[in-house]
Design a protein around this ligand. Structure first.
Ligand code: SAM
Length: 382
């Protein structure tokens, strides 16, 4: 069998890959024929364990994995190859086989009968089969569009969707239409801040606290600010609700101005903030005399002043949809049609504030609205 394969969820594989790279910054990722499967090299088992506990876009890891194109291959030959691989990488303890497909079926290949055959192979090798509480799960994934199979020992639960439990935005005690859904909020926090031990996370305009909930649940020190007391009270309520009234001491919401972060953040955080997640208000007159462009520039400048030198920034803005909806990252020099303002001016402004744009993705909201997810990294200023 081969190396470690990261299997991404289907919601937005390109964003999920960007998140994975942020969470495993020292790891090399290599493409396969499937945009949801990536070989990893250089990571530790403990890092994979941490990533599984906090990622939004990762479905599972497969250890000692094999990826095979079924083109021109017979199931019996594939099984013979798997037998050799399994014999070369035996496991101790009980086992089960779990099979699922993504993106449709592979014509002429039955995953359930292959799973049965794999179970037979493992049995012949002397493994105890335990379908309820196995020590090891051999996962078999069939990718319809590429007619490929991935098979390996699964780490993680392989759930197809990020589990946000009961904390969907609409379920929270304080809800506004601006509330971000947990899946995107978690991904943005991870993309901006990287591994959990890097330093605190700040949401300078926290609204109902969607980013803050995900940052605190993923074990990070974090603070959300809002200029409006109503939002501060509401986000505080939401944070308490997400933690069953047991909010970690290093997570908090404060009333404060995103353009003056150094006045509000604890002294110990100054120059140490690892990640910023920002979903600013749109339109004119959102902040007294400042229009939304000035507000954004002042907030990004203020963030730069309190950031650590490898900090990340994720900015979310509304944009007109691109058809068909792009799943790959958008080239930074493409002509992006923002709902408010000009893309090229936005990029120049971001750079002026000391942030270097790294990637930009679009997420579909509905037929006439998408979201832009811009990831930028700290750049030293003159
Ligand atoms: C689009 S909402 C954020 C929504 C949030 N992501 C959520 O999940 O609820 C923007 C927030 O920015 C706040 N805001 C506007 N100007 C601000 C400023 N100068 N400093 C801090 N917060 C500000 C608004 O009160 C509003 O709650």
């Amino acid at each position: 069998m081969g190396g470690v394969l990261a299997c991404l969820r289907g919601w937005h594989p390109a964003l999920a890959l960007a998140e994975l790279k942020a969470l495993l910054p020292e790891t090399t990722t290599t493409a396969t024929a499937v945009d949801r499967w990536w070989w990893l090299e250089g990571e530790q088992a403990s890092q994979r364990h941490d990533v599984l506990g906090m990622s939004s876009g990762l479905q599972c890891f497969l250890k000692d994995a094999v990826v095979t194109s079924t083109d021109g291959l017979l199931p019996a030959d594939w099984l013979e190859g798997m037998r050799t691989s399994l014999l070369a990488h035996p496991v101790s303890g009980s086992v089960a086989v779990r099979a699922w497909k993504q993106g449709g079926k592979i014509p002429s290949w039955s995953l359930s009968s292959l799973a049965g055959e794999l179970g037979g192979l493992l049995n012949d090798m002397g493994c105890t089969i335990d379908l309820d509480t196995p020590d090891h799960v051999l996962a078999l994934i069939g990718d319809g569009p590429s007619a490929s199979l991935a098979c390996g020992w699964m780490e993680g639960d392989g759930q197809a969707a990020f589990s946000s439990g009961q904390r969907r935005a609409g379920e929270r005690p304080f809800f506004k239409p601006v509330s971000l859904d947990p899946r995107l909020a978690r991904l943005a926090v991870n993309l901006a801040s990287g591994p959990a031990n890097r330093g605190p996370v700040v949401d300078p305009m926290t609204g109902t606290g969607g980013f803050l909930i995900e940052a605190s649940l993923s074990g990070r020190a974090c603070m959300g600010l809002d200029i409006h007391s109503e939002m501060v009270v509401g986000a505080t309520m939401n944070l308490a609700w997400a933690h069953d009234d047991d909010v970690p001491s290093e997570s908090s919401v404060k009333r404060g101005d995103a353009t003056r972060l150094e006045d509000v953040l604890p002294d110990a955080w100054l120059g140490k903030v690892a990640g910023f997640v920002l979903d600013p208000p749109y339109g004119r007159n959102s902040h007294g005399s400042m229009d939304s462009d000035q507000l954004l520039e002042a907030a990004m400048t203020s963030a730069h002043a309190v950031a650590c030198r490898d900090a990340g920034f994720v900015l979310i803005l509304p944009m007109h949809p691109i058809m068909p909806h792009p799943m790959a990252p958008l080239p930074l020099d493409s002509d992006i049609n923002l709902l408010n303002g000009e893309w090229k001016e936005l990029l120049t402004m971001v750079e002026r504030c000391g942030w270097k744009p790294v990637s930009v993705h679009a997420e579909r909201v509905h037929r006439s609205l998408s979201r832009l997810i811009l990831h930028a990294k700290y750049a030293p200023r003159d």
